[in-house]
Design a protein around this ligand. Sequence first.
Ligand code: KE4
Length: 436
Amino acid sequence: MTTFETSLQWHNRAQRIIPGGVSSPVRAFQSVGGTPRYFVKGEGSKVWDVDGNEYVDLVGSWGPMIVGHAHPHVVGRVKSAMEKSFSFGAPGPGEVLLAEEIAARVPGCERVRFVSSGTEAVMTAVRLARAATSRNLIVKFAGCYHGHSDSLLVQSGSGIATLGLPNSPGVTPGQTQDTIVVPFNDVDAMNQLFAERGSDIAAVITEATPANMGVVPPLPGFNKFLADISKRHGALFILDEVMTGFRISQGGWWGKFGQEENWTPDLFTFGKVIGGGMPLAAVGGSAAVMELLAPSGSVYQAGTLSGNPVATAAGLATLELCDPDLYTVLDARAHEVGSTISDALTAASVEHSFQQAGNLFSFFFTPKEVNNFDQAQEQDTSAFAVFFHSLLEQGISVPPSAFEAWFVSGALTDHDVEKISTAATIAAHQVRLRSN
Ligand code: KE4
């Protein structure tokens, strides 16, 4: 009888019942090749696959596992919540407490509505913006990812700022005709677009720092520029903090940079960390806009498990651990891990750009700094794949794509960093050997 003791066996079995064998495409290793690892246990900074291999985890479920896996404080609170049932489909104290915690950390959030995914949060924010302005056009940036709602699955048309074209089968031109795609960090393109179409624009949406094309920080003042130009033309500014929210600081990206630069988005989206690994996300912002949501207003939005008591328990317990000391640790660890890996690549004469935004970072295998998606696409993704697999074979799990951010957790240890350093040295030489 076949036992299922290896990731390969599970993946062959999975593909017979789940498209691509995965519940989200990036997990399938298609951009790096090879067999995805089937994880069955996580504790602190480590994860174990079904084969029994141990890895230092620099993915952290793409952000949520900020305090490490199975943190006792979080596990305890989730267990306690679960024992009182999983869901009621009715309001409960947990969502009120979590909403108050979010608003306390992000004063720009006067109201919060919970949903179950970042996609839902962004979809709701876009609908709110269109309702609030009675305008249709949404402006997004090439390379920024805001979830898989139809109107945001767009790619640039020809030219600098053109109406989006569907970038997935099943998305119709009608669903993307009101989405405009602009190169990131391009002030001139935005000035021209607003000069021509400003009165038709409902909102501009951006990742607080793009991290879904690899980490591409906003040029100094770019987010403030977006907030200001939107306001001047009566458009809303949506800051997508699904990735950065409560990861970059106690108040997310805006808490760390926006307040001091004196700009405030009209709407925020959050996810990942606020659910602590459970399906929970949120849209928040000014009361004037958020109160348009049903049942206060007429903008419809709903969800069976939204604000789920088990998920809100996980999120609240996680945020309770996200104090200033944690961010000091995360920032130090991110710089330590990123610099160690960059030093190893440099020592092996492997051209790369090590890019950081707060405690998010990534590596582009290209000699030039990457400031937008076109430049990100010039990177050597085959070199990344060699680097990725060498690290994986040495017990370091990093994002299986050259177009993602790397994540540290508060559970990383000095020994983990030593292991990462040793593995990076070997992996860098394997990239070097490949290119000879
Ligand atoms: P979800 O629907 O996956 O919860 O969130 C969508 C989303 C929205 N906005 C930003 C800035 C995001 O980063 C995301 C999701 N991020 C990816 C990581 N690149 C999720 C991983 C995946 O797709 O499996």
